[in-house]
Design a binder for this molecule. Structure first.
Ligand code: O7M
Length: 250
């Protein structure tokens, strides 16, 4: 089963579009692992995927993440996304992508700024040969993102195009399995949806803690919501995750 099918199946099964960003921090590695497992177990039926960032990989090491979080997510039939934000030359990107995929991750996040040739070509090669997914960073959720992602760049035909519009076109051309567009920018989400058509999944982080509204993001065209602190920092993560099911229920 491809990554896209896996996440869609989990979303339908659990009736939710929420991807958990499991970014807990703790200087005590065993406490960090215990708490991360507890959060994941408590929301297992309320999410459709798990995104791991450097907070866990740097603190626990890749093999511990594999044996704990990736395994647990697999046991719960939840796909895993490695938020590596790859943005290097081809051989380095390729090494990281193969390593994360062979660790068990179903998808990886990369920045399209590196370009195709000797940039992300190796990442897509590694993904396509393993039926894994590549999700491309297209417009970030933080306030400072606008200065770059909204810039207008002159095209060879003399027309201007915004950077995020160019990145959306690249995601379609490269057959990415999704794009990341901040939930804090519903108008950008609408524009990306318009350019990409109905089938490209849009993943939107920046919900809650960063001010993004889940309903506005979904109405603008987001497919999945990425939520971290508003769930794992809640005194009752399951109750918080339940709240994010509501916007889809209507
Ligand atoms: O819900 P939060 O704010 O606690 O966490 C949001 C998560 O989404 C966190 O893991 C960030 O690294 C990630 N993220 C953003 O917050 N903004 C972005 O623009 C992009 C991402 C992301 O997932 O990038 C791939």
């Amino acid at each position: 089963m491809s990554f896209g099918e896996k996440i869609l199946r989990a979303a339908d099964r659990n009736g939710t579009r929420t991807v958990l960003a499991l970014d807990l921090e703790d200087p005590d590695a065993s406490r960090l692992l215990k708490r991360s497992r507890e959060v994941l177990e408590s929301v297992r039926g309320l999410i459709c995927g798990v995104k791991v960032n450097r907070q866990l990989v740097m603190a626990l090491g890749l093999s511990a993440v594999k044996d704990s979080i990736v395994k647990l997510a697999n046991d719960f039939s939840l796909p895993t996304i490695m938020d590596a934000k790859l943005n290097d030359v081809g051989h380095t990107n390729g090494f990281m992508a193969r390593t994360y995929f062979d660790t068990g991750f179903d998808a990886i996040i990369a920045s399209p700024i590196a370009g195709w040739e000797n940039g992300l070509d190796t990442v897509f090669e590694a993904a396509n040969s393993r039926k894994k997914g590549v999700i491309l960073l297209t417009y970030m959720s933080n306030p400072g993102a606008e200065a770059f992602y909204s810039l207008t760049a002159n095209q060879p035909d003399g027309h201007g195009k915004k950077v995020f519009e160019i990145l959306t076109d690249l995601a379609v051309e490269w057959k990415a399995q999704g794009v990341i567009v901040g939930a804090t920018q519903p108008r950008v989400i609408s524009r990306v949806r318009q350019l990409a058509g109905p089938n490209l999944p849009i993943y939107s982080p920046g919900i809650g803690a960063q001010g993004g509204d889940p309903k506005a993001a979904l109405e603008a065209g987001s497919t999945y919501l990425i939520v971290g602190r508003s769930i794992y920092n809640s005194p009752d993560p399951a109750k918080a995750a339940m709240e994010y099911k509501r916007p889809i229920a209507g």
